[in-house]
Design a protein around this ligand. Structure first.
Ligand code: GLN
Length: 498
């Protein structure tokens, strides 16, 4: 019987390696075989790195043979969003601009995972430069949702969510500037966590909005994500925003929620555009929390409605400035045969960036121009302070807050084609990036109408991400859900019979 990753957890992998039930090389091969068999349909990967995976696997197998203690992610097949530099791979950000860009060094988040024993399986598809909510803006073509190949996996970390849902790898990393970890996690029925801004180093991750960007893990269980976060977190001298976090994120997974005060935001539950099946699933989850002894408290976030507007000022301004480096001279796509440097910049950038990237760059350049700056950028920063204060006040009353991740389940390709409606996908996730707090999406079953995964978002105070994991872990026990999408299940069945 050939090994399949299927629903194997990080701790199953540790146990299997130490008891010699399987080797790290077999795990790497199982992941490569699954990618080979399934990814032609899903397109989560932009690049697969079998040599690197096998080399790391041999290192782990040697440790097993020598009877050494294994690191926490030993033998865990893992893949990285393609905005994360990794020596020996391209880092394209799914853009024509960087289609041939070879990483010059390795991002801290990537090296921390590999140092903790993870097997690097490759690089994952995303929306171009992380602008989007569906992976439809990838220059290399979209990723498909493993639950329904006619639907989007969400975005921008769509490849990261789909790879886990399809059983191609056990863990992946994504980045989240306005919801890009949580929304695809919700659409693909897996767990995805954006920790508090500063918990994970962004060194080596191509910047989108530097005051908003945060890296985080995807996995099939709360424990897997907590173990990954232990490996990822901590101060990095190479990222001045990273903090000396030494929390053990697995420490209070079993504490339950008895007596814990958890917030609900009535305004969000009544939001226009919230699908009834999503609302129903969230209500069910709230009931489960209450049944386990949590005390639900109504929370008012009076300025949260302005988060979207603030984000679409701050985000494009920061993106405009971060993307200026792709000038065809220092980095990026170059159109040759131009008569002067100005023409080369213009033609290379016009050719290298896709529509959504251009829209953000133009928006940012307009918003930062003189006269306009005072009208939008300053108020957006003021709104940011107000929203942050709203959350601070809320956390005087509660330890965590629950809300929908996305107003709806996964939509069909092309179904949402105007930018404003697409931006609304992130109506519940964006305020967390504005305030800097951590948030997670975890699956709570399938919507009763669409039969597609629904996610709940659990958010917590700054640098109290362990509160989120505690609530999530309690809630996880109420659901017996298969987080492996049907396409992954079929593959596992075939493989077991082979
Ligand atoms: N969907 C949002 C956007 O398009 C968020 C993207 C992200 O978090 N990277 O900006």
């Amino acid at each position: 019987m050939a090994l399949a990753l299927g629903n194997l957890s990080v701790s199953d992998i540790q146990k299997g390696l130490t008891s010699k039930e399987f080797s790290a090389s077999e795990l790497a091969q199982a992941s490569l075989d699954a990618i080979d068999a399934v990814d032609g349909k899903v397109h989560a990967f932009l690049q697969v790195t079998p040599e690197m995976a096998m080399e790391k696997a041999k290192e782990i197998d040697a440790m097993v043979s020598a009877g050494e203690e294994l690191p926490p992610l030993a033998g865990v097949p893992t893949a990285f969003k393609d905005n994360m530099n990794q020596l020996g791979t391209k880092t394209t950000c799914s853009s024509k601009m960087l289609a041939n860009y070879e990483s010059a060094y390795t991002a801290t988040c990537v090296s921390k995972m590999i140092d903790a024993g993870a097997l690097p399986m490759g690089k994952l598809n995303m929306d171009e430069f992380a602008f989007g909510s569906s992976t439809e803006t990838s220059y290399f073509g979209p990723t498909k949702n493993p639950w329904d190949l006619e639907r989007v996996p969400g975005g921008s970390s769509g490849g990261s969510a789909a790879a886990v849902a399809a059983g191609l790898t056990t863990l992946t990393l994504g980045s989240d500037t306005g919801g890009s970890i949580r929304q695809p996690a919700s659409f693909c029925g897996v767990v995805g966590m954006k920790p508090t801004y500063g918990v994970v180093s962004r060194y080596g991750v191509v910047a989108f909005g530097s005051s908003l960007d945060q890296v985080g893990p995807f996995g099939k269980s709360i424990e897997d994500v907590a173990i990954a976060l232990n490996a990822l977190s901590g101060h990095d001298p190479l990222d001045c925003t990273s903090q000396p976090v030494s929390t053990d994120f697995t420490a209070n997974l079993d504490q339950g929620v008895e007596g814990l005060k958890i917030g609900v935001v009535p305004e969000f539950m009544e939001a226009e555009g919230l699908q009834p099946e999503v609302r129903k699933a969230i209500d069910g989850a709230i009931k489960n929390l209450e049944d386990m002894g949590a005390q639900m408290v109504e929370i008012d976030l009076p300025n949260a409605h302005a988060a979207m507007s603030a984000y679409y000022v701050i985000g494009p301004c920061e993106a405009f400035s971060n993307l200026a480096r792709f000038d065809s001279v220092r980095y990026g796509n170059r159109v040759d045969g131009c008569s002067d440097l100005g023409e080369q910049y213009e033609k290379s950038r016009a050719d290298g960036f896709g529509m959504e990237a251009k829209r953000r760059i133009m928006l940012g350049s307009y918003l930062l121009s003189s006269g306009v700056y005072d009208k939008y950028y300053y108020p957006a920063q003021q709104v940011r302070t107000l929203i942050t204060e709203d959350y601070t006040k809320a956390y005087e009353k509660v330890s965590a807050i629950v809300m929908p991740t996305s107003p709806r389940t996964a939509f069909k390709f092309g179904e949402i084609n105007d930018p404003t409606s697409m931006y609304l996908s992130d109506m519940f996730t964006i305020s967390l990036n504005i305030a800097g707090n951590g948030g997670m999406s975890m699956p709570i079953g399938l919507g009763e109408d669409s039969k597609l995964p629904v996610g709940i978002q659990i958010v917590g105070p700054q640098f109290k991400d362990e509160n989120i994991l505690r609530v999530a872990s309690a809630l996880e026990k109420c659901y017996q859900i298969d987080k492996l999408a049907p396409i992954g299940r079929e593959y596992v069945d075939e493989r077991r019979q082979a």
